[in-house]
Design a protein around this ligand. Structure first.
Ligand code: ADP
Length: 545
């Protein structure tokens, strides 16, 4: 080889090393490698194949050869390089198929860390211009550099891909996800975070997390400043913080933020990934359960202590009770035992409703006598400040439903009307016919219900937070149960109310004659205050027995 060629080759090698180390994009690296290899060895064409996951070689770049002709080299690529006769035959075949005079070939494996990552092939068309051993050495020096560059670019490519996957994962997460750096500044902020905090990503990135997210205590203290779990030493295994965030539109959400911390070799804080979950509903449910337990234990304890008190009094051996006192005492015991039974039944009903819906005994019966019985039973306990009125047409048609369950509904509504009318007043139970339904309403002149509470009172354990909440007994289960029963019978329950003026609770149930007419539309109902609940339990057919 002449001196000039030698120099040119060395220069190329230097140039290529520099270019390769500066390049991380895999396709550019491969094109550069094969272009330089062909130039270096004065080849006609060349190609570079990388080893895929299964170990087979696949062409990734070529010089002076269009991608359409790459498949022609499949057989050559599949032939082990040390099997010279077969390599020659495959080369000859490829040469014919490609219509290219590929007379000589040199192939060099790209080896990185003792693993073959691919092979460079360079071809010459000229007759009698075989590759010399010196050229082989040059190519192998080059191949070493190329193998490193290719491996780095592949690594880089997989890192970029992983990063894209991660970014997509973070973005799609239903939880808020935020990444912070060693100086507590936000470097990544997903869509759920934007919604939670009402802050756009562009405004959040680069700012301190305590400023953007600001999880506060009930009293409004910014816990991210006063009690950040990432600042505590030693760090907890799973640092976590819970509190309120406001989303800018005035909505407050209760969130729990868990952190995965990244530490350096010396334990220094490098950053963290925060997973911020909205647990407002969960918390409300927990609060509801807690208040239910305290209310329920009070509700159950009261009759038990009254029963025990009276029983102890009657059992005293040092006292002589006259018959009237004994009878009065026993009546109190019976009443309280009944109350206890009702409470326990309500509880059982609710848990059954929760577990597998409601089972009804459907049959045809008359509503007015039932309403009459309910008033007769409850009115004597209400007090002289109440008056009661029943309004049903004499020919009120028979209804189809579960009589005992409907009694429970009416009893609950009338009991509530009494309970929530501290100054007494008129309690009216009315019935009318609307299409194929009976509409039964219980109205009072009591404290009424604010619009915001009207949709919630039919929920489990919900009691309106007013002065009567403490003064009256109740567990917030009555209306929940009413709704379950009414809907299981194919009806709807709703309330119309004005605070301070009174409330009217109405519910529908099918008329018995409905069985004869088919597909009749349901009557229109007031939109406000209508609450559809327990959709999954509601059965609109008459076969729900
Ligand atoms: P409870 O009466 O045991 O609390 P309910 O489920 O029967 O539970 O009622 C839920 C809440 O709805 C009550 O706590 C009360 O605040 C409100 N409420 C029910 N009925 C009336 C009514 N007639 N007038 C005013 N408020 C009522």
């Amino acid at each position: 080889m002449d001196r000039e060629t030698h120099l040119r080759q060395r220069e190329s090698l230097l140039r290529i090393s520099r270019a390769l180390t500066a390049q991380l994009e895999l396709d550019s690296v491969l094109t550069l490698v094969i272009d330089v290899a062909v130039e270096l060895l004065a080849g006609t064409t060349g190609l570079i194949a990388l080893r895929e996951e299964g170990g087979q070689l696949q062409i990734r770049a070529a010089t002076n050869m269009s991608p359409e002709s790459w498949p022609i080299f499949d057989a050559l690529l599949a032939t082990p390089l040390d099997d010279r006769p077969r390599v020659q035959a495959a080369l000859h075949q490829a040469s014919l198929s490609a219509d290219l005079p590929l007379r000589h070939m040199t192939a060099l494996p790209l080896v990185f860390r003792h693993t073959s990552v691919g092979v460079i092939y360079v071809f010459r068309a000229a007759v009698n211009l075989e590759f010399t051993a010196e050229e082989g050495d040059l190519l192998s020096a080059f191949a070493q550099q190329a193998a490193i560059a290719v491996s780095n670019a592949r690594l880089f490519q997989s890192v970029v891909r992983e990063k894209q996957h991660l970014a997509a994962l973070i973005e799609q997460s239903a939880d808020g996800v935020m990444i912070i750096d060693a100086r507590w500044r936000i470097t990544s902020f997903n869509r759920a975070m934007e919604q939670l905090t009402g802050t756009e990503r562009s405004a959040a990135i680069g700012r301190p997390c305590a400023e953007v997210v600001g999880i506060t205590s009930q009293e409004g203290i910014n816990l991210c400043l006063s009690d950040c779990p990432l600042q505590r030493r030693p760090l907890a295994d799973e640092p976590v913080i819970a509190g309120w965030v406001s989303s800018g539109d005035g909505r407050r959400r209760y969130v729990q933020s868990r952190y995965a911390v990244q530490l350096g070799a010396n334990g220094e804080f490098l950053g963290a990934i925060a997973n911020v979950r909205d647990i407002t509903l969960q918390r409300a449910e927990e609060a509801l359960q807690n208040s239910f337990i305290s209310v329920m234990s009070h509700e159950l304890k009261t009759p038990v202590s009254i029963i025990k008190g009276y029983a102890e009094m009657l059992a005293r051996e040092d006292a002589q009770w006259d018959l009237a006192t004994i009878r009065d005492g026993l009546h109190v015991i019976i009443d309280e035992a009944d109350r206890l039974t009702r409470q326990i039944n309500a509880l059982l009903e609710v848990s059954r409703l929760h577990a597998d819906g409601m089972r009804l005994t459907l049959r045809e019966w008359a509503l007015p006598p039932l309403a009459h019985q309910v008033i007769e039973r409850l009115a004597p306990h209400a007090g002289p400040q109440f008056s009661f009125e029943l309004r049903f047409a004499d020919d009120f048609p028979a209804v189809m439903g579960d009589e005992e369950r409907t009694r429970t509904v009416l009893e609950n509504l009338v009991t509530n009307a009494i309970k929530y009318s501290p100054d007494g007043g008129m309690i009216r139970v009315t019935g009318r016919v609307a299409g194929d339904d009976a509409v039964i309403a219980v109205s009072d002149q009591g404290i009424g219900i604010a619009a915001a509470d009207q949709a919630r009172i039919f929920g489990r354990f919900y009691r309106v937070d007013n002065r009567l909440r403490r003064e009256t007994q109740g567990a917030g289960l009555g209306l929940f149960l009413c709704r379950g029963i009414v809907e299981a019978q194919g009806g709807t329950i709703w309330v119309e109310s004005q605070p301070g003026r009174g409330s009217r609770f109405s519910f529908t149930m099918p008329l018995a004659r409905r069985q004869l007419s088919t597909d009749a539309p349901l009557p229109a109902r007031p939109a406000s205050g209508v609450v559809r609940l327990l959709e999954d339990h509601a059965s609109h057919g008459s076969d729900h027995v």
